[in-house]
Ligand binder design. Structure first.
Ligand SMILES: [Zn+2]
Length: 150
C-alpha cells in the first residue's frame, strides 16, 4: 500500500515535469545592434557643445520586447562598462548633462532614433547608456556610447 502511494506520487511528479518542459520558456536576452550617431556607426564620438545628435539603434529578441531605458551620465571619473577600463587621464567635467528616457517597446524588432542637443555649457566626457528588457525580464547587455565634448 505504501509502495503504491509512492508510485502514484512519482507519476504525479513526472507528469508535472513533462507539463513544465512543454511550456516554452524565454531565457534569451534581447540584443542591441546597429548603433549610429548622425549616421556614423561607432561607440566613441568627438562632439561640440550645441551639436545635434540623432542616435539610432536596433533591439532584437526572439520573444516580445518590453521596455528600454536610454540615459546620459557623467563619465569623467574614468569608469567603465562591460569590463573595459578607460585609462585616459581623469579630468572633471564642466557643466551638467543628464537625460533619462524610458520607453515601452512591443514586437521582437525595434529600430529607434533618439534626438539630443549637446548642452552648450559643457565640456568633458559623458556616456549614453542603453538598456533593454523583454517581456520575461531578460536584460540585454547594456550598450554604451562615449561622447567627448570639446
Ligand atoms: Zn558610464
Amino acid at each position: 500500500m505504501k509502495n503504491q502511494i509512492l508510485k502514484s506520487f512519482l507519476v504525479l511528479i513526472g507528469g508535472a515535469f513533462i507539463l513544465q518542459s512543454c511550456q516554452q520558456e524565454d531565457t534569451n536576452p534581447p540584443a542591441i545592434s546597429s548603433v549610429s550617431v548622425n549616421d556614423v556607426m561607432g561607440l566613441d564620438f568627438l562632439v561640440q557643445p550645441g551639436d545635434s545628435l540623432a542616435i539610432r539603434f536596433t533591439i532584437i529578441d526572439d520573444y516580445p520586447l518590453s521596455q528600454m531605458k536610454a540615459s546620459i551620465h557623467d563619465a569623467a571619473d574614468g569608469h567603465s562598462h562591460n569590463g573595459v577600463v578607460d585609462t585616459a587621464a581623469v579630468v572633471p567635467n564642466v557643466g551638467l548633462w543628464v537625460d533619462t528616457r524610458i520607453l515601452a517597446l512591443s514586437g521582437t524588432t525595434v529600430t529607434k532614433t533618439l534626438y539630443y542637443v549637446v548642452p552648450d555649457t559643457i565640456h568633458g566626457v559623458w556616456h549614453w547608456e542603453l538598456q533593454a528588457v523583454d517581456e520575461s525580464g531578460n536584460a540585454a547587455e547594456e550598450l554604451v556610447v562615449e561622447f567627448d565634448v570639446q
